[in-house]
Design a binder for this molecule. Structure first.
Ligand code: HEC
Length: 201
């Protein structure tokens, strides 16, 4: 009997959970530290940028293996605010990444948080398609809501995670990526051709 109720609950809640849009984020807080997650030593997201905001260039991208990581997502910053960005990634819904945050799942795609108001249609994220080979990173396409890959519109998928500032991770409300893509993404990081080979002895 208990089991039947449990199954019924699952059936009822499953689709509801899946379809519920994420709770509307509280009007963009100037980001205090996230409620939990951040260790006391982590800089709060409001920490002042260590470098001025500027457009991302290919030279800002490189071997992903050394980047900070939350879930599968690699996190960098053009403004020296990696700790603040990591704190947002570890925090709950409603937080906003500092301008200059760069996130990547695989070497060939990235998102960069632009200055406030720079791209209202994407909550100020720029999407990038990248080619990498040994020692080289080339940006082949960059843009806002119009940018797509074979799976569809970057922004169209990522808006599912609007409450998490469009960063999908595994469970922030985006249509999930098929397993084979996740595997390929992780393999591409492990085999990133830009990572220096260990020095020969
Ligand atoms: C079919 C939906 C879909 C499309 C289309 C899509 N993404 Fe994503 N993306 C995801 C999901 C889901 C994840 C999280 C994967 C994980 O860690 O489980 C993700 C992860 C990422 C990440 C790492 C940060 C994060 O959100 O977790 C970046 C950067 C990214 N995608 C960029 C892009 C770019 C650039 C495009 C377009 C060229 C794009 N994506 C198109 C669904 C999509």
């Amino acid at each position: 009997m208990k089991r039947t109720i449990f199954v019924a609950l699952l059936l009822l809640c499953g689709p509801a959970l899946a379809e519920d849009p994420p709770a509307a984020p509280p009007a963009a807080p100037p980001a205090g530290p996230p409620p939990s997650a951040a260790p006391p030593s982590a800089a709060p997201p409001s920490v002042a940028p260590a470098a001025p905001l500027r457009a991302l260039e290919a030279a800002d991208l490189g071997c992903l293996q050394g980047w900070a990581q939350v879930g599968r997502t690699r996190i960098g910053s053009l403004t020296g605010q990696v700790d603040a960005a990591v704190a947002v990634a570890q925090g709950g819904p409603g937080l906003r990444y500092p301008p200059g945050t760069v996130v990547q799942l695989m070497p060939t795609e990235a998102m960069v948080k632009l200055a406030p108001g720079a791209s209202p249609a994407t909550d100020d994220w720029e999407f990038l398609k990248i080619k990498v080979k040994r020692g080289e990173t080339r940006i082949v396409e960059r843009g806002g809501a119009e940018l797509r890959n074979l799976a569809g519109s970057c922004a169209g998928c990522h808006v599912g995670a609007k409450a998490y500032d469009h960063v999908c991770m595994a469970d922030h409300g985006c249509k999930p990526l098929p397993d084979f893509i996740i595997k390929a993404a992780l393999a591409a990081v492990a085999d990133d051709p830009r990572c220096a080979a260990p020095p020969a002895r």
